[in-house]
Design a protein around this ligand. Structure first.
Ligand SMILES: Nc1ncnc2c1ncn2[C@@H]1O[C@H](COP(=O)(O)OP(=O)(O)OP(=O)(O)O)[C@@H](O)[C@H]1O
Ligand SMILES: [Mg+2]
Length: 269
């Protein structure tokens, strides 16, 4: 469902109110749809495996992220020259050049080492919190393994557009508006466009960031099912894919179209 790309769900409530039970039901439902899925139990009470149907013995035998923290860090830091050792890597250390990134369902040593199939669900667990873990530092080192994994995840297609929407709200608003206008227009209308100059250079910067990045622009095009075109650092058009190469598309992306619509001042963009 489309809306599933746009929500984050949290179960909160008093102890024993059903958070783990509801999480496991949602996880089972998602797994049954065949979506890429990775469940991670980072709860101080490690009950997700049994809630998913594992026996106590199966749950106890699962490999733990907490027990493989150095391995996980070493894999993730890869050849990143800014992180000299796994000890230097803390839970908030971001990926950079040389780091290794993970996809939810790709084949990599971390998942091979730490993820197991539990009743059809791919599950990783931080491991139980023992008496020795009591105290802020140790507790956070186990949850920190999960934070590091999340920081090194390459989002799926749907999640990526949410990042774009949240970080470039003006660009998102302009592009989603022209895409919606095109959707509402008659089939023979080849494109919808937005010609109003951005209200500030910061807003213009958002448009540039969205449209001058192949990854962002391509993500938006796939999300909305349109081909985007951009003129003069502000005029945005959404074309029907079938209209690409047609007369109105060629006119829009032509040097003539650019020259006739540009203003003489150099913009600070
Ligand atoms: N809707 C429900 N109806 C009846 N019993 C339920 C329901 N949801 C959960 N339970 C039962 O209530 C108990 C506590 O549920 P669960 O472990 O999911 O709670 P929790 O919020 O995760 O608790 P904790 O805060 O201890 O982690 C379990 O025995 C579970 O089987
Ligand atoms: Mg619980």
């Amino acid at each position: 469902m489309e809306w599933m790309e746009h929500v984050k769900i949290a179960f909160v409530g008093k102890g024993g109110s059903g958070k783990t039970t509801l999480s496991s039901l949602l996880i089972r439902h998602l797994a049954s749809t065949g979506r890429p899925l990775l469940a991670v139990d980072a709860d101080i009470n490690q009950h997700l495996a049994t809630a998913l149907g594992a026996t106590e013995a199966e749950a106890a035998a699962l490999p733990t992220l907490g027990g493989r923290l150095a391995f996980v860090k070493d894999y993730l830091r890869g050849s990143n020259p800014r992180i000299g050792s796994s000890e230097e890597m803390i839970k908030t250390t971001p990926p950079g050049s040389g780091s290794r990134l993970l996809g939810i369902d790709d084949d990599n040593p971390v998942w091979r080492e730490c993820v197991r199939l539990v009743r059809g669900v791919r599950l990783a667990v931080t491991g139980p919190f023992e008496d020795a873990d009591l105290g802020v530092a140790c507790y956070h080192s186990k949850v920190g393994a999960v934070e590091l994994l999340l920081n090194h995840l390459v989002d799926g297609k749907g999640e990526y557009v949410v990042v774009v929407r949240d970080s470039l709200p003006y660009a998102w608003q302009v592009i989603s508006t022209v895409a919606a206008q095109l959707e509402d227009a008659d089939r023979e209308v080849p494109f919808a466009d937005h010609e109003v100059a951005p209200p500030s250079e910061e807003h213009r910067g958002q448009l540039l960031r969205a449209l001058a990045s192949d990854a962002i622009r391509g993500g938006l095009e796939r999300h909305f099912g349109v081909r985007l075109a951009f003129q003069n650092c502000h005029r945005v058009a959404a074309f029907r894919p079938a209209a690409v190469g047609g007369a109105s598309y060629e006119a829009f992306v032509s040097p003539r179209g650019q020259l006739l619509n540009q203003s003489p001042e150099l913009r600070d963009c």
